[in-house]
Design a protein around this ligand. Sequence first.
Ligand code: PEP
Ligand code: CO
Length: 450
Amino acid sequence: MTMLKWSKNSWRDFPAAQQPDYPDMQKLNSTLDDIGALPPLVFSGEIEKLKAEIADAGMGKKFLLQGGDCAERFIDCNSPSIINKIKILLQMSVLLTHGMHHPVVRIGRIAGQYAKPRSNPMETIGGVELPSYKGDNINGIEPALGARIPDPERMRKSYFYSAATLNFVRAMIDGGYADLHHPYTWNLYSIEKSPRWPEYKRRVDSLLDSIRFMETFGGLNSESLGRIEFYTSHEGLLLGYEEAMTRKSPLNDKYYNFGAHMLWIGERTRQIDGAHVEYFRGIANPVGVKIGPKITPDELVELVRKLNPSNEPGKVTLISRMGASKIEAGLPPLIGAVNKAGLCVTWSCDPMHGNTISVGEGGDAYKTRDFNAILDELSKAFGVHRTAGSILSGVHFELTGDDVTECIGGSQELTHTDLGKNYETYVDPRLNYHQALEMAFLITSVMRDA
Ligand code: PEP
Ligand code: CO
């Protein structure tokens, strides 16, 4: 099949899943024109650097930690919430670097993770059927018809919220927040209750010892300890917005999406002849693809070839999200097909989206995920890759730095009856601070045992 010429709007000739129906097309088009004239949020050199780091991860030299909210909310664009998100990701990355003896590449689901695909176009709230909430850059969470009508103005807002978030993240990192000389507090109090606490404590002590050792001997000066990279990512769902953020770089004539360093295609929008794959095949950013248990090996090979015809290392990250009970049967044929076709990909595992369950009934019903199922999928992912002779190079989590009660299990032993205490997420349940930190301790153990 010959492929037609790509342009940043060629996706418009293909069926686009999960796009909102805007009632006012004129307002939509003028808003997108305005956004298209606003400055980039990231720089092409940063995007290329991340692509090179993802390529290194694919060869086993680095490890990817991608994480953040399922859906960012405009109301969380504030100092404590952003600080807490950066803090948990940095602490997890320090633990992973120490435990895996590999540098960790940090990629936030942040500064743009506003659009959500939904399995059903309608949802029932308090007995009333309404169009589903689709993310703060599309419609409002309030359970009223007026709020649920897609409003293009929300895309302009999301650009500015993304810019404000990213500006603060860059300021924190450049200003020394990530500097291990200023140890941001490690809240270990709930993990102290875990039966594994003696092991965790040994790890933290040894980590702090190594930092002190490096400082004493000047092996790593304060500058190299302090400077870190932090990248942004979001699901590239809302194609009008993504097109508006896409421009040709005058430096190398390539097209980049300047709204994030990395973007991914979701499980619901990865149709081979669909608009999302068409859009993504033309941009130079590294691209993730979520792959669930329904994808076939042939489909996956075709998809990777279409997204990365030149087989460029670091371009495609395959993020499996099979579910703990399906990964051992589902993943090996996919790895086998990718290897047989000689495709260069970086493998990551999202142990969240295949393990979502519903507990309780009526007003007491919650979507949740069990800490043990999440860990189980990860542990199996390491094993499956090892057996297949490939490398699991990264993990992808929905998490927050706050003390929410959305996932069950972990050292706080949260159960179904705790979920109502602080269930904040607008869409999927996230690991809270303690669960995310404990997960980072456990990843290195399950990796070693696999
Ligand atoms: C997500 O990452 O929030 C998501 C919707 O994932 P998936 O496409 O894998 O279902
Ligand atoms: Co989600």
